[in-house]
Design a protein around this ligand. Structure first.
Ligand code: CP
Length: 335
């Protein structure tokens, strides 16, 4: 695809060469993300960051990524602080905010809303999650993490064995990641969920068409036994009709160190898009895994900055100028 000036709305936009291009630019962002160097390549540019659903990682990492490239961020969070609450349309909002920004990131609770917004926007729009539909930049950072973790273990994405666990019906991260895995070869995917929260049929169908082997199961042990990557997810209670309905499924698939030791390979990587639900009744990834070196959840969150910096650089066509605008860092930085 031609990244320059493009919206990023769905993982369907990419082919394998696009993914390789994003990952190659993401690799070059590491010195800036780690504050070993700084670059001012987007000095003067403005990101409009519009989040109409709660977010910690996506909102802050988009903002940090833009700042690390030298740009500035203007934000609105929640409907209550936006004129949408007064009945303003997405069309009008897009026309207005795109006059203030060089690029926009947006999260919204309704599927398809970010695509609708992008049609009225005069600048590129990146989907930061639209309802239970897609979260394309999360899938990119997830795959980037899988690639980096597997390289350390002498393996690659083709031939991957992955278990996706939890709320596969409403979890937009697993929807986008599954679609992305459709680009690779010979993937074995264990889909572990209550039958009511099974992966949507159209995604299972696409994975089968891609030639992948699917195992649909309600057994956590069966799912994690052979997997190189265990990708756990939270019950998406905000998509359920009631808390009571979500309570039926909460805590169904907990992983702790004892379960890991009993069922996983010694170097199985544990991932989660976060937030993990740490309440006692849920606790899908127990705190006793925090000392496990194969717990990749915080490396995964860090990688979000690299991947989002890469997207900004490619879309705004500055990827070739990073080093030209590079400077030394003058403050104390972590090693
Ligand atoms: N992974 C993710 O989307 O996290 P946030 O909801 O905190 O943005």
């Amino acid at each position: 695809m031609d990244f320059v000036g493009s919206h990023i709305l769905s993982i369907d936009q990419f082919d394998r060469s696009d993914i390789e291009k994003i990952f190659a630019v993401a690799d070059r962002m590491e010195p800036y993300a780690l504050r070993r160097k700084k670059t001012r390549v987007l000095e003067g540019a403005i990101l409009g960051n519009m989040f109409f659903e709660p977010s910690t990682r996506t909102r802050l990492s988009f903002g940090a990524a833009f700042n690390l490239l030298g740009g500035q961020v203007r934000e609105t969070t929640g409907f209550a602080s936006s004129a949408l609450v007064k009945g303003e349309s997405l069309f009008d909002t897009a026309r207005v905010i795109s006059g203030y920004s060089d690029i926009i990131c947006m999260r919204h609770p309704e599927s398809g809303s970010v695509a609708e917004f992008s049609q009225a926007s005069r600048v590129p729009v990146i989907n930061g999650g639209d309802g239970s539909n897609e979260h394309p930049t999360q899938a990119l950072l997830d795959l980037y993490t899988i690639k980096r973790e597997l390289v350390d273990r002498g393996a690659g994405i083709d031939g991957l064995k992955i278990a996706m666990i939890g709320d596969l019906k409403y979890g937009r991260t697993v929807h986008s990641l599954s679609q992305l895995l459709g680009l690779y070869k010979d993937v074995e995917i264990y889909l572990v969920s209550p039958k009511e929260l099974r992966m949507p049929d159209y995604i299972e169908e696409r994975l089968r068409k891609a030639g992948h082997r699917l195992v649909v199961t309600e057994s956590l042990e069966e799912g994690i036994n052979n997997a190189q990557i265990v990708y756990s997810t939270r019950i998406q209670e905000e998509r359920f009709k009631s808390t009571e309905e979500a309570d039926l499924y909460r805590g169904r698939f907990r992983i702790n160190q004892a379960i890991y030791t009993a069922n996983c390979q010694p170097n199985t990587v544990i991932m989660h898009p976060l937030p993990r639900d740490s309440r006692a009744e849920a606790n899908e990834l127990d705190g006793d895994l925090d000392a496990n070196p194969n717990l990749a959840i915080f490396r995964q969150a860090d990688n979000g900055v690299l991947v989002r910096m890469a997207l900004f650089a490619l879309i705004l066509k500055v990827d070739h100028l990073l080093e030209k605008y590079e400077r030394e860092v003058s403050w104390f930085t972590r090693k």
